[in-house]
Design a protein around this ligand. Structure first.
Ligand SMILES: [Zn+2]
Length: 444
């Protein structure tokens, strides 16, 4: 079936400035982009006044399958993505069990082929069992399809291990994607090591400078260490969910020195503060935690000036029962696939923090490039590539209602917010999968 999208304002990295064009889709691909296309057999979508962009890409999501399907699964995660305008996601490997062997990765990708209505990719664990002791077989994992290696939720404790991961990553063309954050797992490990070896050897290698110390020291400390190791090994490194002004500074300095580092920020770290978290409650409990107003401003500035390359949601669903617990008992995480675009348009593009083109690039071509998906046509809008497209209505006003989400998670700190701008059509491989935020076609 052919689809002709008439007169949208096309925003993509192929065009220097947004331009009103027609886009013809046939056999799952973009067949033509130009003015005044005629195609009598195509079904026509009048997109006058709307924005057409390459399908949105989110390189940091948790779909919880296998192991915690009560929180989310490959099906519901993909529905949430499609409803929010995303056509491609990359999942984190911290499932139960973690994705740390080629067999597990292949099995996951096979299941996703059947259950996901969007393009699903996965990272693999950096270390076996995500335990931070021994590297996983990362070359084999890359061959099995891993888009990057990440021990989501845990930084890599030892210097030497991180260095080896970077050397292997460079040799095998694998993106190393550390999670530079404080984690309970890591804290316990330090305490155990301290008991074993005293304060002098192993522990002092760790960039956890204040004993029992604050998250501030650990995020920026890990980023600094990992960037310095990437610089020495000349490896490529991508930093997840940057949350501190100090981290932005370290990354900016590294970029000036020519280190091959890229970074991402989440909507919640761009829009919410720790003070707001206290008012919102456990739905705003997340790792890295929400920070000060100064930090939020620094993240926004870093995003605008290119220090932070991309926006990623870190969509992390939990069951309402888990998130309704007392703050101390509730798990970390915020969902984001169904709110990210609206939040970015309302709070970053409308006030002029990012231009529309900048925002779209940070959610399409740039994440695709960092994770090597651009070579498959992801994040691009040109004839011959797979027709993954998102049509956006910048004028659409809507109210966030977490109860209406396709995600199983309800842990959304933006519930009730009024947003301005929405994905009104999501097209995957030439097929309309969501319209007006509703899933309209089921490929199962
Ligand atoms: Zn994550």
């Amino acid at each position: 079936m052919k689809i002709l999208i008439k007169n949208p304002n096309v925003v993509s990295s192929e065009l220097e400035i947004p331009k009103v064009l027609d886009v013809l889709i046939g056999e799952g691909k973009i067949s033509e982009i130009s003015q005044n296309i005629e195609s009598p057999e195509a079904s026509v979508i009048d997109a006058h006044g709307k924005i057409l962009v390459p399908g949105l890409v989110d390189v940091h999501v948790h779909f919880r399958e296998p192991g915690q399907e009560y929180k989310e699964d490959l099906r519901t995660g993909s529905l949430a993505a499609a409803a929010g305008g995303f056509t491609t996601v990359i999942a984190e490997p911290n499932t139960i069990p973690p994705i740390d062997t080629p067999t597990r990765l292949r099995r996951l990708l096979n299941i996703a082929d059947k259950k996901s209505i969007i393009n699903f990719y996965s990272k693999s664990a950096m270390t076996k069992g995500m335990m931070g002791h021994r590297l996983a077989d990362i070359v084999e994992l890359k061959e099995a399809g891993a888009r990057a290696i990440s021990d989501d939720g845990n930084p890599i404790p030892g210097h030497r291990l991180m260095r080896n991961a970077l050397i292997k990553g460079k040799e095998g063309g694998i993106l190393v994607n550390p999670h530079c954050e404080e984690s309970a797992f890591y804290r316990e490990r330090i305490l155990r090591q301290r008991e074993k070896c005293g304060h002098q050897s192993f522990c002092l290698q760790m960039p956890y400078s204040s004993p029992g110390g604050g998250p501030y020291t650990s995020e920026a400390g890990f980023i600094k260490r990992d960037i310095e190791l990437a610089e020495k090994t000349e490896a490529r490194i991508h930093i997840s969910h940057v949350s501190l002004a100090k981290s932005v500074e370290i990354i900016a300095d590294a970029k000036k020195r020519g280190v091959k580092v890229t970074a991402e920020a989440t909507p919640h770290h761009l829009l919410l503060t720790e003070r707001m978290a206290k008012e919102i409650g456990p739905n705003a409990k997340v790792n890295p935690p929400l920070r000060s107003e100064e930090d939020v401003l620094a993240i926004r500035e870093g995003l605008a000036n290119g220090t932070i390359d991309i926006i990623a949601s870190d969509h992390a669903p939990h069951s309402p029962e888990e998130k309704n617990r007392h703050w101390d008992q509730a798990p970390f995480g915020i969902i984001g696939l169904e709110t990210t675009l609206g939040l970015v348009l309302t709070y970053l593009v409308r006030p002029g923090i990012l231009t529309l083109s900048q925002a779209i690039e940070k959610m399409t071509i740039m994440p695709a490039r960092i994770f090597g998906l651009n070579v498959l046509g992801v994040g691009t809008l040109r004839p011959g590539v797979k027709a993954d497209l998102t049509l956006i209505d910048l004028d659409r006003k809507w109210k966030v209602d977490a109860n209406s989400f396709y995600s199983k998670g309800r842990n959304c700190p933006f519930n009730g917010w009024e947003l301005h701008g929405k994905a009104i059509l999501t097209i995957v491989a030439g097929r309309i999968v969501a319209k007006e935020g509703e899933i309209i076609q089921d490929n199962q």
